[in-house]
Design a protein around this ligand. Structure first.
Ligand SMILES: NC(=O)c1ccc[n+]([C@@H]2O[C@H](COP(=O)([O-])OP(=O)(O)OC[C@H]3O[C@@H](n4cnc5c(N)ncnc54)[C@H](O)[C@@H]3O)[C@@H](O)[C@H]2O)c1
Ligand SMILES: CC(C)[C@H](C(=O)O)[C@@H](O)C(=O)O
Ligand SMILES: [Mg+2]
Length: 366
């Protein structure tokens, strides 16, 4: 297969983890006979510096002519005092909105060889396998008016029926393919938009009688994600709750550097990005964990390209490298033995090569 991938490295550790993801995809392409054509574009602070625009038209055109987009991260102290329209984060919100990527899928799964890296007890973490379905193009992030003066600040939380219906349906469909349990997280004891959200979940559940549904208020959901995370299967929630709960859920796995995500719509086009940010505190040191970016690339192979075997091969390689005791600084119990971003990525590449060699040996025996 031939696929065009737009790569938007962005800021901070973004370029470091994107280099890792592209390296892994190149091996996948070679081993599985695919041609991935990578074209690079700018977004975020990088694009502000080059074009005075966090999402230049060239970048939009590049993504429009691609089959999928891989994004590193945006933001950093250099741009923190810029006016709103010249903030790196505006570029990220704008690309999500432009491509109508309303569903952000954030899987959180315990890795057996990393249980000790979690600050939570092993027995709490062991069975965790959940996915947060975060609404991505509505809510507080996009509501108008949105502004501030020295005396007051305003953000508007608005959700239309259509916006809620499509994300809730997506979550029901996912739950049906998984363990059949859906937790809808809202703040319906206070917020009007949450009351509508809850009503729509109750309407939709009639179409999915095989899915068990529970409503959970966001504050107690935040508590349960830490005390009993294995109880969750699919969590569906609005934009800002999903942002906060997914960083919280990363604690279960041991590092924010492990969580991938897919931002999708109803066709196969998608944008794939780690859940983490540009990590200015570790940027430029070559120590960032590239696992989230590599696993986001695996999600791209699966969701946008229908390459299930290829995605599974990448995920298996990542897990094997962890089982072999290879970790970047964020996960290593022995910091002296921590691998750099490049060293760790090369282990994944070697593992993919090894998988391929052993598959061919098995094949020649059959
Ligand atoms: N999708 C995105 O582009 C995105 C997401 C979140 C934050 N941001 C931006 O990133 C900047 C920094 O935000 P922040 O510090 O609150 O969040 P962050 O996710 O960048 O970092 C939080 C902490 O996690 C660590 N961390 C994150 N990813 C890591 C990785 N792959 N390997 C090792 N350690 C990792 C960081 O070192 C830091 O200590 C801000 O400008 C913010 O707006 C961007
Ligand atoms: C950088 C920021 C705008 C972004 C968000 O809040 O959506 C980030 O935190 C994320 O989780 O992707
Ligand atoms: Mg976030």
């Amino acid at each position: 297969m031939e696929k065009r991938v737009a790569v938007l490295p962005g800021d901070g550790i973004g370029p470091e983890v994107m280099e890792a993801a592209v390296k892994v995809l190149e091996v996948v392409g070679r081993r599985f006979n695919h041609t991935f054509e990578f074209s690079y574009g700018s977004i975020g602070g990088d694009a502000i510096d080059r074009h005075r625009n966090p999402l230049p038209d060239e970048t939009i055109a590049l993504c429009e002519s691609s089959d999928a987009v891989l994004l590193g991260a945006v933001g950093g102290p250099k741009w923190d005092n810029n006016p709103s329209e010249l903030r790196p984060e505006k570029g990220l919100l704008a690309i999500r909105k432009h491509f109508d990527l309303f569903a952000n899928l954030r899987p959180v799964k315990a890795v057996p060889s990393l249980l000790q890296a979690s600050p939570l007890k092993e027995e709490v973490v062991r069975e965790v396998d959940m996915i947060i379905v975060r609404e991505l193009t509505g809510g507080l992030y996009f509501g108008e008016p949105s502004n501030h003066t020295n005396q007051s600040g305003v953000d508007t939380l608005i959700y239309t029926r259509e916006e809620i219906e499509r994300i809730v349906e997506k979550a029901f469909e996912l739950a049906r393919l998984r363990k059949g349990k859906l937790t809808s997280v809202d703040k319906a004891n206070v917020l009007e938009s949450s009351k509508l959200w809850r009503k729509i979940v109750d309407e939709k559940r009639k179409m999915f009688p095989d899915v068990e549904v529970e409503h959970q208020l966001v504050d107690s959901a935040a508590m349960k994600i830490i005390t009993n995370p294995a109880a969750f299967d699919v969590i569906v929630t609005e934009n800002m709750f999903g942002d906060i709960l997914s960083d919280e859920a990363s604690v279960i796995t041991g590092s924010l550097g492990l969580l991938p995500s897919a931002s999708v719509r109803s066709d196969r086009f998608g944008l794939y990005e780690p859940v983490h940010g540009s990590a200015p505190d570790v940027a430029g040191k070559g120590i960032a964990n590239p696992a989230a970016a590599i696993l986001s690339a695996a999600m791209m192979l699966r969701y946008s390209f229908g390459m299930e075997d290829e995605a599974a091969a990448v995920e298996k390689a990542v897990n094997t490298v962890f089982e072999d005791g290879c970790f970047t600084k964020d996960l290593a119990s022995n910091q002296e033995r921590a691998l750099t971003t490049t060293e760790w990525t090369d282990k994944v590449v070697d593992e993919l090569d090894l998988q391929f060699v052993s598959n061919s040996i098995m094949f020649s025996y059959v």
